[in-house]
Design a protein around this ligand. Structure first.
Ligand SMILES: Cc1cc2nc3c(=O)[nH]c(=O)nc-3n(C[C@H](O)[C@H](O)[C@H](O)COP(=O)(O)OP(=O)(O)OC[C@H]3O[C@@H](n4cnc5c(N)ncnc54)[C@H](O)[C@@H]3O)c2cc1C
Length: 534
């Protein structure tokens, strides 16, 4: 029997990040992992909000060695051995069954949204086997007690109210008594199963499945005639795309689903599909690799991109993607957002949601009343964590509503592109508000603090019955996001190509509750601040 303050189940990036923060706050921390590092993990594409959250958590909790992971430039310089890829933005191409992709002059079947002004400040794709191993080693170096190959059988509560985890490690009985347990074991994970927590699902959300692997030899779209505007036979009126379309989270969108293509710097590419059940049934997704080829056969330009690609690991089939626990925290336990819910990889929401949850739990752990010893009275604990549970699940519900809307828009790409502006407005506003220390910084994901934003997100969802024409639809979305639009979004003249122009942010100073001078000065400081104190 071992005693600890905080037992964290699961050593993905989320478990290790929280473990490091709790150590910095003075807790005894035990990190328990079923497998062993390095190991494959999915969830690879970061985002601007993820980057600023890493920066802020690293600064707030004195984790200078983690801070370089917040952007591509500092990561490459500091940890070249930890593989990552360049993610300059979000690229979408809409495909029609049986036809090669063909760009049109108005760019109605593509959307490029830059997320950073340069490679230096760019977001990243994380090769999770490398990243998670790096972070677990950092946690160990900070004094976290780490045990891998642990098979937990369950959790029980002692008469004192303390949780007791029991299981085995290499055939030996393993028992840990903790003050508090955090489940960082992913959706349908340890606490969901041992506490019998129901999967509530998301009302109105389509049933979806996934199939994915890692590949070598995936061609770049910007070297393929189908996609490259420079090779097309009309004048685009632009010298270049806002960023190289492949150095991004690249999405191939089609009726009933979409494919992600994420490149790492080591020649490996992560690719997979998320599809509605009806399409999964048509291509018999459960078959794995043969189903992958059946899907490619429907979309010639996607097939051409994968003509020389080779999978370097077995395909993983996920028969059901979305998961939503009925409750995310209780007396002396809490789930990370990634254990409480998962929706879909579209728009890379998993990593920032997890980091937001870590920020909230870190706030609870930092509470002076809690710091000396994790919450003692069971009732106090329950009242402490119920807002965490509610916020975590509200974020998940809002995200699911948004993703359901985008699935509804796949058939009509201009509608999808317009609706996606809710995400891009919220993400860029949240990032900038944090970066510039705005009094209007949203605390919930997708601007969840604003009823106006949330109700517009619901009202204009393509999954619902908006009942308005496509032209008016775009302008309705533009009006709805106006107060959060600090990135020049919804501008028809840009014909679906959005670069990063910091003047848009300066012009949007008032929306951030700041003056233009304040925005200019804080941008200069924030974007040039030294990445770490190494
Ligand atoms: C197909 C797919 C694609 C995704 N793509 C993206 C993306 O591009 N961008 C994004 O932001 N998010 C993405 N996500 C979400 C992302 O995976 C999660 O948000 C992220 O992995 C959460 O990290 P984590 O460390 O909390 O959990 P995980 O990465 O799930 O790690 C959980 C850890 O717990 C361990 N574990 C599990 N059970 C036990 C147990 N019983 N006992 C001990 N240890 C246990 C596991 O071995 C693992 O090490 C994707 C998810 C899926 C399913």
């Amino acid at each position: 029997m071992t005693d600890t303050d905080l037992a964290i189940v699961g050593s993905g990036f989320g478990g290790s990040m929280l473990a490091m923060i709790a150590r910095r706050l003075g807790y005894r921390v035990m990190l328990l992992e079923r497998g062993s590092h390095p190991r494959f993990a999915i969830g690879e594409s970061a985002s601007p909000l993820a980057g600023i959250l890493i920066e802020q958590l690293a600064d707030r909790y004195d984790l200078p060695r983690v801070r370089p992971l917040s952007a591509f430039g500092t990561w490459q310089r500091t940890y070249p051995q930890v593989a990552c890829g360049l993610k300059r933005g979000f690229t979408y191409f809409k495909h029609e069954t049986g036809s090669r992709y063909k760009a049109d002059e108005q760019r109605t079947n593509q959307l490029l949204v830059a997320a950073s002004p340069s490679d230096e400040l760019s977001d990243t794709h994380w090769l999770r086997s490398d990243v998670d191993q790096f972070l677990v080693n950092e946690a160990i170096a900070l004094g976290v007690e780490y045990h891998d190959l642990v098979e937990l059988d369950g959790i029980e509560w002692q008469p004192t109210g303390h949780p007791l985890l029991r299981g085995t490690r290499r055939g030996e009985t393993f028992r840990v008594r903790a003050q508090f347990v955090v489940d960082a074991s992913g959706p349908r994970g340890f606490l969901s199963r041992s506490l019998g927590i129901a999967d509530r699902g998301f009302g109105g959300y389509p049933a979806t499945q996934a199939l994915f692997s890692h590949f070598t030899g995936v061609a770049r779209c910007d070297q393929m005639e189908d996609y490259d505007p420079g090779l097309a036979d009309f004048d685009w009126g632009f010298d270049a795309t806002p960023y190289p379309v492949d150095d991004a989270a690249l999405h191939h969108v089609f009726d009933g689903g979409w494919m992600w293509v994420l490149r790492f710097g080591n020649g490996v590419t992560s690719a997979g599909v998320a599809v509605e059940d009806w399409l999964a049934a048509e291509i018999r997704l459960a078959d794995g690799e043969p189903a992958w080829h059946r899907l490619l056969a429907r979309y010639p330009s996607v097939a051409a991109q994968f003509a020389d690609a080779r999978p370097i690991r077995a395909f993983t089939w996920m028969p059901r993607m979305a998961y939503r626990a009925d409750v995310a925290a209780g007396e002396r336990w809490a789930m990370l957002p990634s254990a409480a819910a998962f929706i879909d990889p579209l728009f890379s929401t998993g990593i920032p949601l997890t980091l937001l949850g870590i920020e909230r739990l870190a706030g609870l752990l930092s509470d002076p009343g809690v710091k000396t010893r994790l919450p003692r009275a069971r009732s106090a604990m329950a009242s402490d964590v119920s807002p965490y549970s509610a916020l975590t699940l509200a974020d998940a519900d809002r995200t699911a509503r948004f993703i359901a809307g985008t699935y509804g828009g796949f058939r009509d790409f201009p509608v999808f592109a317009s609706y996606s502006m809710f995400y891009f407005a919220a993400a860029s506003f949240s990032e900038m508000a944090r970066r510039l220390d705005s009094p209007r910084t949203p605390r919930g994901f997708l601007c969840g603090d604003s009823d106006r934003f949330t109700s517009a997100l619901r009202r204009l969802s393509p999954a619902g019955e908006a009942g308005i024409s496509r032209d008016r639809y775009a302008s309705e979305v533009a009006t709805a996001i106006e107060d959060w639009n600090v990135a020049g979004l919804c501008d028809a003249d840009r014909r679906n190509w959005y670069g990063v122009d910091l003047d848009d942010t300066i012009r949007g100073a008032e929306k951030l509750g700041l003056t233009r001078k304040e925005v200019r000065e804080r941008l200069a400081t924030s974007l040039s601040s030294p990445p770490c104190a190494l």
